[in-house]
Write a protein that binds this ligand. Structure first.
Ligand SMILES: Nc1ncnc2c1ncn2[C@@H]1O[C@H](COP(=O)(O)OP(=O)(O)OP(=O)(O)O)[C@@H](O)[C@H]1O
Length: 231
């Protein structure tokens, strides 16, 4: 289980997270919602260790990761698809995926078929530069790069942002198939409420640097959405 307790984080003088507590149980899809700029990406970065926590803890499988570097968190079982995908544009698709493999616990030097099985179009593009792919193809690549390490918790930061509707449906199916396989939990940041309702098991809403609401899909009513998420 991934647990975040009383997490505080920010940039320079500005404090963004002021004591966030949440958890992700094995196999669950947990969604993190909130208006623009509340700190959802900041939370993902702090969980992954890209941004240092100022206070509080990040624990996974009984291990305190709060002061551990991102590579160690990846080897402990956390995978990350960052906002904007962060594909290396000059590297080939194959080399982008290899970066995920090198950061992982696995020792193999070849891309396992199962990691790209969900993205059958990718292997034909292995020789192309990451920067030449479309947004949707880059998102598939970012998923594959995270999945090669066989993560137990996958952090997905706005995977549908800037993606055309037909590809959004593909991403939904990928999330559902990861969930159905039962081996990987997901912490999902996404603005699209309809999308998160269709995949989520549990929801947290951030406001003013803290968790303002949490609950099940049934409890996430239209009134709650209006109250916390409508701009
Ligand atoms: N590198 C940075 N340096 C300084 N301030 C930052 C930095 N990154 C983000 N911020 C600020 O921190 C706040 C939280 O940003 P964050 O990206 O975590 O929000 P978010 O909830 O993910 O928003 P969005 O939905 O727009 O992606 C914002 O006010 C943002 O301007």
């Amino acid at each position: 289980m991934l647990t975040v307790e009383q997490l505080e984080a920010g940039y320079g003088e500005s404090v963004i997270l002021r004591g966030v507590t949440l958890k992700v149980e094995p196999g669950q899809v947990v969604c993190l919602l909130g208006r623009n700029g509340v700190g959802k990406t900041t939370l993902m970065k702090s969980v992954m260790g890209v941004l240092k926590a100022r206070k509080g803890t990040v624990r996974y499988a009984g291990k305190d990761l709060t002061r551990r570097p991102p590579g160690e968190r990846a080897r402990s079982g956390l995978g990350y698809v960052p906002q904007g995908r962060e594909i290396f544009p000059q590297l080939t698709v194959r080399d982008n995926i290899m970066i995920g493999l090198e950061a992982s616990r696995t020792r193999t030097k070849t891309i396992p078929d199962e990691a790209v099985a969900k993205f059958p179009a990718l292997p034909a593009m292995y020789g192309r530069r990451g920067g030449d792919l479309s947004g949707g193809q880059q998102q598939q690549l970012a998923f594959a790069r995270a999945l090669v390490s066989r993560p137990e918790v996958l952090l997905l930061d706005e995977p549908c942002e800037g993606i055309q509707p037909s590809i959004v449906d593909d991403i939904r199916e990928v999330i559902r198939s990861i969930k159905a396989a039962g081996r990987t939990a997901i912490l999902l940041v996404e603005q699209n409420v309809e999308f998160v309702r269709s995949v989520g098991d549990y929801f947290y809403i951030l406001e003013k640097g803290t968790v303002a609401w949490e609950g099940t899909p049934e409890a996430l009513t239209d009134d709650i959405v209006r109250h916390y998420l409508t701009v």
